[in-house]
Design a protein around this ligand. Structure first.
Ligand SMILES: Cc1cc2nc3c(=O)[nH]c(=O)nc-3n(C[C@H](O)[C@H](O)[C@H](O)COP(=O)(O)O)c2cc1C
Ligand code: SF4
Length: 679
C-alpha cells in the first residue's frame, strides 16, 4: 500500500531525484558554533535524513554579507571556512539518502547592528522593522554592488561544499525589502516600478548563475502576498513569481504568504497551536496552477493526512513538515512501516521558534532529544537487566519516564492520584486555543499502553503502597501545587491562577492579578477573568510582562486581552493584602524602592509558580538505596547512577519535573528521558 502513497512518490527536480515528497524547509535552530554548522548541527540533520525525509533545506538565513549580522546565531556563509563544515554536513545527510540544500540571505533591516562587527544594517529605505528595532541605513549603489557579489561568493561556496542546491530567502529580508513598496524608497534604477524593485533580485541571480553555472539548483523562497496595507498584493506576488520563473534562472519557488516585520505578522505566516491548520495551502495551490512551476510550501502542515492531501490534490510538488520533524525526525520511516499512529505529534507550542531569540537554541517542547542528538537518543535501546519501575504521577514527566522505561524493557507501574493522566497540562488544555497540548499526554499514553505499562488511576500513593509493589526503582513525578504564600501579610485573602483556570473559583468584578512567574498560567487566567466581564490589572515586578511566554506565543493572548478591560503594570510588587469592608486593600511596592501605592479590588489572584509535591519523596528517602541522591556527573555523562549510599535498602529513589522545582514541560520531560534511559 505504502508504494501508492502520494507522499512516497519520488519527485524529479531538474537532474535531482528526491525520494519522496516530504521536506523540511529552512529553519535555523541556532545550533551553529562560531557561525559554523559543526557536530551538533550535523547530527540534527543526519537524524532527519535517517528518518526518511527527502530534502532538508539547511540553515535558515545563512548570512551572505558581513553587514547581515546573525539575528539568531545563523551560519556565516560569507566565510571561506564554512565550506568544509557544510561539506561534512552534506556528506552526513547524503549518507542517509536525502538531498540537502541551504538557504542564503541578506537580512537587510531584519537584524541588529549591535552584533558581530557593529556595521549599520542596510535596507532600501530608512524604515525600521518593528521586530528587530534597528534603524537601517538606506542602501547606496556601492552597497548593492558588494552585496550582489557577496551572494555569488556564498553560492559558489555552497556548490563547492557539495550541496544539491541553494534557496534565496525573499520574505521579510533584503531581497523582498526591495520588492515591497513599504520598504523601498529608492529612486530608479532600484526603486519605483516593479521592474526596478526586482532589479536587485535579477542582479543577484545573474551573478549567481555566472558563478555556479546553469545546472546547479537555485530556488527562491518568496512572499506572494504580504497581506498588509500598502504592501505586495496577491496580484503583485503572482507577477513576481511569474517573472522569476520566466527569467529562466531559478528551478523552484517556495511560497510563503504574509509579513514578518511584527510578532503578530510572523505568527500568521507561521501559525501556532489554536490557529488554522495549513492556512496558506490553497493560496499556494493557486500559485502553482498559475505558474506551472515546481512549488514547495510549509506552514502548519503538522500531520501526515494534511501533507498527503497537499500532494494528492496537486497544490504543491514538495510539502514542508518542518516543526513536525523537530518533534519526530522519523516521520517518513513510520509512514513506510505503517506506523503513522506512532508519530510523535507536533502540538504547535512553538517553544522551538520562540526560543531561538529568547533561549538561544530551538528545543521541541516534548522531544528533548531534538537538538541534543549528540547526547540524547531518539530511539531507546533495550536494557540488559530488566527491572521493576514504579512511577508516581502521570503528568508529562511521569509519562515520559514510563514510556522510556517500557522501551528499555522494564516492568512499569504508574500510580496517579487523579482520575486521568495529564497533570498541569490538563489545566493548560482547558484553554480551547491550547487543547493541542494534550497531544503530549495522549501520545505518551498510547505509547505506554502499547508497551504494557500498568496504570492505576485514582490511586494516591503512600509509602506503604509503594513498598508493597516491591520496586527496584521509584520515580517521584508528583508535580507541584500553586505557590501563593508570597505576601508579607494577607496570603489568606488571595486565590491562585490555577483556581481560576480550573474554575474552582469564579472571577471577581475588579481583579488584581499579581504575576511573579511570567508564564502562561497568568495570561490564561487573565483571559478567563477578562472574558467574565471583570476589570483586570495584571501587575508584575519584572521589566516586561509574561517574559516566559515569549514572542509568538504572546500574539494570541494579546489579540484576546486587548479586546477586554485588561491593563498591564510592570515593575511593581504586591506586598500586602488586607480586608477593608467588602473590598480587599492591596499595598503595592517596588523593587526599586520608595514606593507605596494602594489598590482597592474585590479579588487578588497570585501567579508564582508551584511548590513541589514532595511529601512521598521525603517519606521514602531514608529507606532508599541512594537516599534520593542524583549524581549529576553521571546524569550528564549518560551513565547509570550508582546507588550505594544505603546498600541494604531495596529500591532506588529519584524525583523529576516540578516535584523537584517549578520549571516547564520541556524540563520535566528532559529530566525523565536523560535519567530513565540509563536504567
Ligand atoms: C526554529 C525555526 C527557525 C526558522 N528559521 C527560518 C529561517 O531562517 N528561514 C526561513 O525561511 N524559515 C525559517 N523558519 C520557518 C520554517 O521554514 C517554516 O516555514 C515554518 O516552521 C512553518 O512550517 P511548519 O509548520 O512545517 O513548521 C524557521 C522555523 C523554525 C521552527
Ligand atoms: S515545540 Fe511545539 S511547535 Fe515546536 S516542534 Fe515541538 S511540538 Fe512542534
Amino acid at each position: 500500500m505504502a508504494v501508492l502513497d502520494p507522499l512516497l512518490q519520488p519527485y524529479r527536480l531538474k537532474h535531482l531525484t528526491l525520494r519522496n515528497r516530504i521536506m523540511t524547509t529552512a529553519h535555523e535552530p541556532a545550533y551553529p558554533e562560531d557561525g559554523m554548522p559543526k557536530a551538533r548541527y550535523r547530527a540534527y540533520h543526519a537524524e532527519r535524513a535517517k528518518g526518511g525525509v527527502a530534502l532538508t533545506m539547511t540553515a535558515g538565513s545563512a548570512a551572505v554579507s558581513q553587514d547581515s549580522p546573525p539575528a539568531f546565531n545563523n551560519i556565516l556563509a560569507y566565510k571561506d571556512e564554512v565550506v568544509p563544515w557544510v561539506k561534512d554536513l552534506a556528506d552526513a545527510v547524503h549518507e542517509h539518502g536525502a538531498a540537502i540544500m541551504i538557504q542564503l540571505t541578506h537580512l537587510g533591516r531584519r537584524t541588529r547592528w549591535d552584533k558581530n562587527f557593529w556595521l549599520p544594517v542596510v535596507s532600501p529605505s530608512l524604515h525600521k522593522e518593528a521586530a528587530h528595532r534597528a534603524f537601517p541605513k538606506r542602501l547606496e549603489t556601492w552597497d548593492i554592488e558588494r552585496i550582489v557579489k557577496d551572494y555569488a561568493d556564498a553560492a559558489e561556496r555552497m556548490q563547492a561544499a557539495g550541496l544539491d542546491g541553494i534557496e534565496l530567502e525573499a520574505y521579510g529580508h533584503l531581497m523582498d525589502q526591495f520588492w515591497s513598496p513599504l520598504t523601498n524608497t529608492l529612486e530608479a534604477p532600484y526603486g519605483g516600478s516593479l521592474d526596478n524593485r526586482m532589479r536587485f533580485s535579477f542582479d543577484v541571480l545573474t551573478a549567481i548563475r555566472a558563478r555556479v553555472g546553469a545546472d546547479f539548483i537555485v530556488g527562491v523562497r518568496c512572499v506572494a502576498d504580504e497581506v498588509i496595507d500598502g504592501g505586495l498584493t496577491k496580484r503583485d506576488g503572482f507577477e513576481i513569481a511569474r517573472r522569476l520563473k520566466d527569467s529562466g534562472m531559478i528551478d523552484f519557488l517556495n511560497i510563503v504568504r504574509g509579513h514578518i516585520d511584527t510578532d503578530a505578522g510572523l505568527t500568521d505566516l507561521i501559525p501556532i497551536q489554536g490557529m488554522a491548520s495549513a492556512p496558506h495551502l490553497d493560496f499556494t495551490g493557486d500559485l502553482r496552477a498559475a505558474t506551472r512551476f515546481p512549488v514547495f510550501h510549509a506552514a502548519r502542515i503538522e500531520d501526515v493526512a494534511t501533507a498527503r492531501h497537499a500532494i494528492a490534490t496537486g497544490k504543491v510538488d514538495m510539502i514542508g513538515m518542518t516543526r513536525a520533524h523537530m518533534t519526530d525526525p522519523h516521520i517518513v520511516r513510520k509512514i513506510m512501516a505503517g506506523e503513522e499512529d506512532q508519530i510523535r505529534p507536533c502540538v504547535g507550542a512553538n517553544y522551538c521558534l520562540d526560543r531561538i531569540y529568547q533561549g538561544g537554541a530551538a528545543y521541541c517542547i516534548h522531544n528533548p532529544a531534538t537538538g541534543r542528538e549528540l547526547s540524547q537518543p531518539h530511539e531507546i535501546e533495550p536494557a540488559l537487566v530488566k527491572r521493576k519501575i514504579v512511577v508516581i504521577g502521570a503528568g508529562p514527566a511521569g509519562l515520559e519516564a514510563a514510556r522510556v522505561a517500557a522501551l528499555r524493557g522494564h516492568a512499569v507501574v504508574v500510580l496517579e492520584a487523579a482520575a486521568q493522566a495529564g497533570g498541569q497540562l490538563r489545566l493548560t488544555a482547558r484553554s480551547p486555543r491550547r487543547q493541542a497540548m494534550m497531544g503530549i499526554i495522549d501520545w505518551r499514553m498510547r505509547e505506554c499502553t502499547a508497551r504494557g505499562v500498568e496504570f492505576r488511576f485514582e490511586t494516591p500513593a503512600d509509602e506503604d503502597d509503594v513498598r508493597a509493589l516491591d520496586p527496584d526503582v521509584v520515580l517521584i513525578a508528583t508535580g507541584g501545587s500553586p505557590h501563593t504564600e508570597v505576601l508579607t501579610s494577607g496570603n489568606e485573602f488571595v486565590v491562585s491562577t490555577w483556581d481560576i483556570i480550573a474554575e474552582t473559583v469564579k472571577p471577581g468584578a475588579d481583579v488584581l492579578l499579581f504575576d511573579d512567574a511570567g508564564d502562561h498560567a497568568a495570561l490564561q487566567a487573565a483571559e478567563l477573568i477578562g472574558r467574565a466581564g471583570a476589570k483586570l490589572e495584571v501587575m508584575t515586578p519584572d521589566r516586561s510582562f509574561a517574559p516566559e511566554v515569549m514572542a509568538m506565543n504572546l500574539v494570541p493572548y494579546m489579540r484576546s486581552l486587548q479586546q477586554l478591560d485588561v491593563t498591564f503594570t510592570v515593575t511593581y510588587r504586591l506586598r500586602i493584602v488586607s480586608r477593608e469592608g467588602d473590598h480587599l486593600l492591596a499595598i503595592v511596592g517596588s523593587d526599586y524602592g520608595g514606593v507605596r501605592k494602594e489598590r482597592r479590588v474585590d479579588q487578588v489572584v497570585i501567579n508564582h509558580g508551584t511548590v513541589p509535591n514532595d511529601e512521598l519523596y521525603f517519606a521514602l528517602k531514608p529507606r532508599s538505596r541512594n537516599l534520593g541522591k542524583l549524581d549529576h556527573t553521571r546524569l550528564l555523562a549518560g551513565t547509570a547512577q550508582q546507588a550505594t549510599a544505603n546498600p541494604s535498602a531495596r529500591f532506588e529513589l529519584y524525583r523529576i519535573g516540578d516535584a523537584v522545582a517549578a520549571r516547564n514541560t520541556h524540563a520535566a520531560i528532559y529530566d525523565a528521558l536523560r535519567l530513565v534511559r540509563t536504567f
